[in-house]
Design a protein around this ligand. Structure first.
Ligand SMILES: Nc1nc2c(c(=O)[nH]1)N[C@H]1C(S)=C(S)[C@@H](COP(=O)(O)OP(=O)(O)OC[C@H]3O[C@@H](n4cnc5c(=O)[nH]c(N)nc54)[C@H](O)[C@@H]3O)O[C@H]1N2
Ligand SMILES: Nc1nc2c(c(=O)[nH]1)N[C@H]1C(S)=C(S)[C@@H](COP(=O)(O)OP(=O)(O)OC[C@H]3O[C@@H](n4cnc5c(=O)[nH]c(N)nc54)[C@H](O)[C@@H]3O)O[C@H]1N2
Ligand code: SF4
Ligand SMILES: [Mo]
Length: 775
């Protein structure tokens, strides 16, 4: 069955392709940043926000989860932070007339870019059953609709409550409390599509699913290996930390199918030399691996480490650490002995010499950090791959000592904190016990559904209501058309949002949009300015307080929305003082301090200038809260995806000017692609072999076991220096190609970076108006 073409975007007819850049974040970035911020916000708002972002008394950049350094500079933000701030803080409001002028059908034909450009949501709006328009409603009416639908369900499990990772700790804690008091653990979140594989792998092997280093460890490290991560675009301030580490003597190895600009060279915009000069060559070794080849690479390096120990016993492994702190070493070593080099070379596309070099670097280094992001987590064998990172680090005791440890780099600015606060469909019993005891109710015990299973539930009719605290689930999840059909089957969909996106256009029978304050805005409750808190990727918790007046009088904070929704839905079903917590966020934090370990005396400690760092057994004291009480070596059978003849493996990535499903502009400057996103980057050798010319237009079909022909039409081929056999397209446009069933083993994270595709010549390129899109 062939599927219809999906709305694309507005301006592909003008698409231009230049040479990919080698260097990231220098002068071109600064010159891009300020116009961005100024054009959108104007000088006064730009000044107010940019002088406060990531400062100790300011607000936390809402873009990524990169931590703040101990010493702050006057400008402690990157180009992409400025874009995120400009996008939120632009003083543009969606007028009430918009809703009469734009039907749901017309919104659906718009691109994410257009939707995001319409301005901030400033009043609650409701779409009645059978209507094709939203209309403004009062908050009370909105909450009544939610109460009516939720309380009319046969069982609380017929509703699902999604969270995106921008939500503060306070709002997240209250939201999960509301959902559990309502009676379900259906708390899927963006993490299910993101670092879930990390959480599972690290949870099982070291007992904690979070980074085992702090910010200052980078500068103490001898070797930093960056795998499956594009920091120049996705965590730009990380380049500063890498530069510092490099100057302190660390070597850096990048493992990636693409020669991403920031990995190769960094021009520091904070240094005059960085503006003018060549910048710092960051990576000492670049391993241009094939997609999904990392598990084989990691096993091959571990095998070399073991071989070196055999050749010179007592000189390579950290025996004392292994004996005292680890279990499973013998089985692990035995399995690796059987690893076949030829399998490794096929899976990785690397040479033995390249792997030898990495192994030598690893053996020579006393302190090794390995970082990773979506290039590792979004594959079928993601969990096993990340377990191999732990195996490799354990061999030489690279955990729980300065300058060493596994460090997943998280995405959304508070995605890690939301999990800590209980946003998870399977929070452990101890958490549920503590929550129930604190608030005097019995939380449900049955595990809930994650993001993929929520879509399946909606598709099958077992889930009738979707509530989303932020995000854009329908466009972030895989298999866009399946997801959209699923959401359309619900009785009610509710989006708590700052700006429009596709999840507002693709709705249940009835739908609500509830406008929320963002990070940049002042949040006054009970006559007092409140602050919220967030946790970054290295477990540091700190305050965040906006500087700007709220964008509209009707816009409420997430805390206010969640507590008022809880009051409307639950009445006095549970003895929780929602109004008291809404008036004073200290009282939310007081409850958190009783329920969540590590938050003791939360209200006092959060008032320290730098906040505080959460405890982490493996990092702090080499205590491993695992099944065996030790760090666990694991045995993971190597499984390589074979790409059939004439096919490619596709990954879906972010462009430089986007944040997830939000498109800031149509450009991807570092990769040399401008004014368009409908491209497929392919190695010139592969293009030649497949008989396609650079610049030709193709229809991309994904080949899945279920026999469904998923197709994305009219992509422009771009000859690109990527690893052989590996193609790259942009997320979320290419999500139509990822089957909902194709997920990582053990974490159920969509395998959106290993999709087998076939190219066919496009009948004709289809742009803007022809694609049914009105710019
Ligand atoms: N500007 C900006 N910043 C962001 C975001 C954004 O959209 N825009 N999103 C935020 C979020 S939620 C997240 S999760 C992070 C995402 O941060 P990243 O994970 O860095 O983002 P991706 O664009 O998914 O890039 C994945 C990288 O992994 C590489 N890769 C893909 N497959 C493989 C593989 O099999 N092996 C190896 N070794 N490499 C591979 C790709 O070539 C690419 O460089 O960024 C956060 N920060
Ligand atoms: N194919 C493919 N799919 C992917 C990925 C991939 O690499 N490839 N990456 C996955 C990953 S890592 C992630 S994290 C998910 C992201 O999935 P989501 O988190 O669901 O998506 P976002 O695009 O980050 O959500 C953006 C929306 O959040 C709302 N928003 C922004 N700020 C705020 C705020 O302060 N409060 C509230 N209430 N709302 C706000 C705005 O309405 C905005 O449109 O996508 C996943 N999907
Ligand atoms: S690195 Fe991330 S958190 Fe820091 S300013 Fe840039 S986008 Fe914001
Ligand atoms: Mo993410």
């Amino acid at each position: 069955m062939a599927r219809k073409k999906h709305p694309l975007q507005d301006t592909d007819a003008e698409l231009t392709v230049g040479r990919p850049k080698r260097s990231a974040a220098g002068l071109p970035s600064l010159s891009e940043t300020l116009p961005h911020a100024l054009a959108g916000m104007g000088p006064a708002r730009a000044w107010k926000t940019l002088t406060a972002v990531n400062q100790k008394d300011g607000f936390d950049c809402m873009s990524c989860a990169w931590p703040d350094p101990p010493e702050r500079k006057a400008a402690e933000f990157c180009e992409n932070g400025a874009k995120a701030i400009g996008w939120e803080a632009e003083p543009l409001r969606i007028p009430s007339s918009f809703w009469a002028e734009n039907s749901l059908a017309s919104l659906e034909s718009r691109s994410e870019y257009w939707l995001g450009q319409q301005g901030r949501l400033v009043e609650p709006v409701f779409k009645a059953a059978g209507s094709d328009h939203y209309v403004p409603v009062s908050w009370d009416e909105a909450f009544n609709v939610i109460a009516q639908e939720l309380n009319g369900l046969d069982h609380p499990d017929q509703a699902t409550f999604y969270t995106s990772g921008r939500t503060s700790n306070e709002a997240a804690f209250l939201y999960q409390l509301f959902v559990r008091a309502f009676g379900t653990n259906n708390l899927p979140d963006c993490s299910n599509m993101c670092h879930e594989s990390t959480g599972v792998a690290m949870g099982e092997t070291i007992g904690v699913g979070k980074s085992a280093i702090t910010y200052t460890d980078f500068a103490k490290s001898d070797l930093i290996i960056i795998m499956g991560q594009n920091p120049g675009t996705c965590h730009p301030r990380m380049l500063t930390a890498l530069e510092e580490a490099k100057h302190a003597g660390a070597s850096i190895v990048a493992v990636n199918p693409l020669p991403e600009a920031g990995l190769i060279n960094f021009r520091n915009p904070q240094k005059p030399r960085g503006l003018m000069g060549r910048g710092t060559d960051l990576a000492d070794q670049f391993l241009q691996i094939r997609l999904a080849g990392d598990m084989a690479l990691l096993q091959a390096v571990s095998k070399r480490v073991l071989d070196a120990e055999r050749a010179a016993p007592g000189t390579v492994l950290d025996r004392a650490f292994i004996d005292r702190h680890c279990s499973g070493f013998v089985g692990f070593a035995a399995q690796l002995a059987a690893l076949r080099e030829e399998d490794v070379l096929v899976a990785t596309g690397l040479t033995s010499a390249e792997i030898d070099e990495l192994a030598q670097r690893y053996i020579r280094a006393e302190r090794v950090i390995i970082t990773w992001a979506m290039g590792l987590t979004q594959h079928k064998k993601a969990v096993a791959t990340i377990k191999e990172i732990i195996n490799l680090l354990l061999l030489r005791g690279n955990i729980g000592k300065p300058g060493a440890g596994p460090s997943p780099i998280r995405g959304h600015s508070n995605v890690q904190g939301d999990r800590t606060m209980g946003i998870w469909e399977k929070m452990p019993a101890w958490f549920l016990d503590a929550l129930g005891e604190e608030f005097g109710f019995e939380p449900p015990r049955k595990p809930g559904v994650d993001s993929v299973d929520s879509i399946k539930g909606m598709r099958d009719g077992s889930i009738r209501v979707l509530v989303a605290l932020g995000g854009n689930l329908v466009h972030a999840i895989s298999d866009t058309e399946v997801a959209e059909d699923a959401v359309r089957k619900t009785r009610l969909s509710v989006q708590i949002s700052t700006k429009l996106n596709r999840s507002h256009a693709v709705t249940g029978e009835r739908a609500l949009i509830l406008p929320a304050l963002g990070r940049t805005e002042i949040d006054v409750q009970g006559g007092v300015e409140q602050f919220v808190t967030v946790e970054d990727t290295v477990c540091a918790v700190h305050r965040s307080a906006g500087r700007l007046a709220p964008i509209g009088e009707q816009v409420l904070s997430e805390v206010a929305i969640v507590t008022r929704m809880a009051e409307a839905v639950l009445g006095d079903k549970v003895p929780v003082d929602w109004a008291g917590m809404r008036r004073d966020y200290d009282s939310v934090r007081e409850h958190i301090s009783h329920v969540v370990p590590g938050f003791e005396n939360f209200n006092t400690r959060i008032r320290a200038v730098d906040g505080f760092v959460l405890p982490h057994g493996p990092r702090d004291s080499r205590t491993f809260p695992t099944a065996t009480g030790k760090a666990m070596f694991t045995v993971n059978a190597l499984e390589t995806i074979t790409v059939p003849q004439g096919r490619l493996m596709l990954q879906t990535v972010r462009a430089h000017d986007q944040f997830n499903t939000t498109t800031y502009t149509m450009n991807d400057r570092y990769r040399g692609i401008k004014k368009g996103r409908m491209v497929l980057m392919v190695n010139p050798g592969d293009l030649a072999e497949l008989g396609f010319a650079d610049g030709a237009y193709v229809d991309v079909h994904s080949e899945a076991d279920d026999g469904v022909d998923r197709v994305l039409r009219g992509l422009r081929l771009v000859a690109y220096p990527s690893a052989r056999g590996c193609a790259t397209a942009y997320y979320p446009e290419a999500n139509v190609l990822v089957p909902l069933e194709s997920t990582a083993e053990g974490s159920n994270t969509p395998a959106s970076k290993s999709v087998i595709i076939r190219l066919e010549p496009a009948a004709a390129p289809v742009f803007g108006a022809a694609a049914g899109l009105r710019p």
